[in-house]
Design a protein around this ligand. Structure first.
Ligand code: NPW
Ligand code: ADP
Ligand code: K
Length: 499
């Protein structure tokens, strides 16, 4: 699914009006109707709806939503911000059609009866046409709304938030519980600094022109369930274990055998044919017990890995979880990287070792996948001012080193050597626990071994990992789920991938 910037969304809107049998006012009505249907499906008529509108098309959406609510006998109070600007053409039409009176807001002295607990505030003040940070009365109105208790819904985007950039710390922005946005994810929804204002995001299909969407180029995408099922390869009934690849997961050190055992179990459970674990000898009984399906190879020492004895020709390597950064381990990693010709997966301490010896970046086989969290990324490539800047730096580094970077976080981004960014929208805060990343490493390595291309293995891996996390949260709660539960919920993910 493509992510477009504001100007592309505007062009898409325009193209639809010019090429399809729909006028801009009809498109606005369609958008408003989609919001109204969503609201109706969630809230009863016992709520009072306070609809705040601007004078642009976002306000036009708000006025149309308010009318649709009134027509179904919902209790509605509508406010329009008074300003020197005129209504946009379509907002004016919806203002004229509004069957009740509206209150014009000169300042923030409006009243909302808060004793009535059942309040929905609809924010249709500013949408993608925001042209500068809010100030003066508009700022005061939003600050006041942010202090009122009630359910808060933003139409298209929280007012005060820009679609394509991140806010400064002192920017005033409406804080929504839910954002009902039209047709596309906006980039601001995918970065934590801005996404926190949008709450839960629902993308409503308003039927914008599909040819425009198909032809218009972008470098930013969402990993959709459709792309996952399109790329998914069901198992061949005539296959044998050799068809599903040989994996070697390398990591663990004294006290951190758990991490490599999580990676090992994840690789097994994602369908890899044969799995080896290379770990220090202290991990032998632990691994043979926790993952009896996997074979153990000694890493050369009781407590740390000092040698990596595996033929890398036909084995897919995943290295890093719990590895440690001892001198001998570092030497073993360097030797390994020099000997591999095929793409590998590098995580955690493998990346931390490289960040202390940056020339090793050039040893990473091309098309390998590295899976840093933001701090590991900064150690490797330097600091960034925010997550958007970090994502752009990752795009450059993926191109420079010809690797795939899986930049982990609330919305993990997969950056490719062609400069594309694929955001993952599955997953939840229950996964913000030690061990989740180790599982991702095992999953991506397992997928790579099964013959998925590195880019697809990374995309499928982050999607499936997040989806399994979502099933785990549903069953055990975000609080009580542990990283292992992500592995346990993989069956639901596979059983639900539409083939
Ligand atoms: N995607 C789609 O296909 C569809 C999109 N649709 C909707 O259109 C929306 C975009 O509408 P839009 O372009 O009219 O702009 P919008 O956000 O209403 O803002 C412009 C108004 O705000 C004002 N203003 C701006 N910044 C300000 C500030 N800092 N402080 C104060 N004022 C400020 C500006 O005034 P000006 O500065 O120009 O005097 C002007 O009055 C989009 O988000 C979606 O909701 C649907 O209707 C149908 C399908
Ligand atoms: N709030 C969140 N929402 C969605 N996914 C999350 C969230 N927090 C963490 N995750 C996911 O959990 C994993 C954590 O990995 P990492 O930081 O390497 O932890 P560790 O290796 O210590 O388990 C990543 O895949 C990340 O995307
Ligand atoms: K809005």
């Amino acid at each position: 699914m493509k992510v477009f910037n504001t100007s592309q969304i505007r062009q898409c809107d325009q193209y639809t009006v010019e090429n399809d049998e729909i006028s801009s006012i009809e498109l606005m009505e369609k958008a408003a109707l989609a919001c109204f249907e969503w609201i109706k499906s969630q809230f009863s008529a016992n709520y009072t709806y306070y609809v705040f509108c601007g004078k642009g098309n976002n306000g036009g959406d708000g006025l149309a939503i308010a009318r649709l609510l009134l027509e179904e006998n919902y209790k509605v109070e509508t406010f329009v911000i008074q300003s020197s600007s005129n209504f946009s053409t379509d907002a004016q039409i919806n203002f004229d059609k509004y069957p009740d009176s509206v209150s014009f807001l000169e300042n923030d002295d409006f009243e909302i009866q808060q004793e009535n607990k059942k309040i929905v505030i609809i924010d249709a003040l500013f949408g993608t046409g925001l042209n500068k940070p809010l100030e003066g009365n508009t700022q005061k109105i939003i600050q006041k709304l942010n202090h009122i208790k009630g359910k808060k819904i933003s139409i298209d985007i929280p007012s005060g938030l820009f679609s394509d950039s991140l806010p400064s710390e002192d920017q005033t922005i409406f804080k929504a519980d839910v954002t009902l946005s039209f047709q596309f994810y906006k980039r601001a929804f995918l970065h934590v600094e801005s996404a926190q204002y949008a709450g839960k995001i629902f993308i409503l299909d308003i039927g914008l022109n599909s040819k425009f969407i198909q032809d218009e180029e972008t470098n930013n995408y969402i990993i959709s369930s459709k792309s996952v099922s399109d790329n998914f390869k069901p198992r061949d009934p005539f296959s044998h274990k050799g068809n599903y690849g040989k994996v070697a997961l390398i990591g663990g050190s004294y006290g951190k055998i758990g991490s490599i055992s999580l990676s090992t179990r994840a690789a097994l459970k994602i369908g890899a044919g044969i799995v080896f674990t290379i770990a220090p000898n202290c991990g032998y009984s632990i691994l043979q017990t926790l993952a009896p399906e996997a074979m153990f190879i000694s890493g050369g020492d009781e407590k740390l890995i000092t040698e990596i004895k595996i033929s890398t020709e036909k084995t897919t390597i995943g290295i890093g979880p719990g590895l440690g950064k001892e001198k001998l381990t570092k030497v073993a990693l360097e030797e390994l990287l020099k000997s591999i010709q095929t793409p590998a997966v590098l995580d955690a301490d493998a990346l931390n070792i490289i960040s202390e010896n940056k020339s090793m970046l050039n040893l990473i086989p091309k098309n390998s996948i590295i899976t840093p969290h933001p701090v590991e990324f900064a150690r490797l490539f330097g600091d960034s001012k925010d997550s958007l800047e970090q994502c752009e730096l990752a795009r450059e580094m993926a191109k420079k080193y010809n690797i795939i970077i899986v930049l982990k976080g609330h919305r993990t981004a997969v950056l490719t050597p062609e400069g594309k960014c694929y955001y993952n929208i599955t997953g939840n805060a229950g996964m913000a626990k030690g061990g989740s990343g180790d599982i991702l490493t095992g999953m991506i390595t397992g997928l790579l071994a099964q013959g998925y291309s590195p880019q697809i293995a990374a995309q499928l891996g982050v999607y499936i990992h997040g989806k399994a996390g979502d099933y785990a949260a549903k069953k055990y709660s975000q609080e009580a789920m542990t990283a292992q539960d992500i592995i346990h919920r993989l069956p639901e993910v596979f059983l639900n991938i539409k083939k």
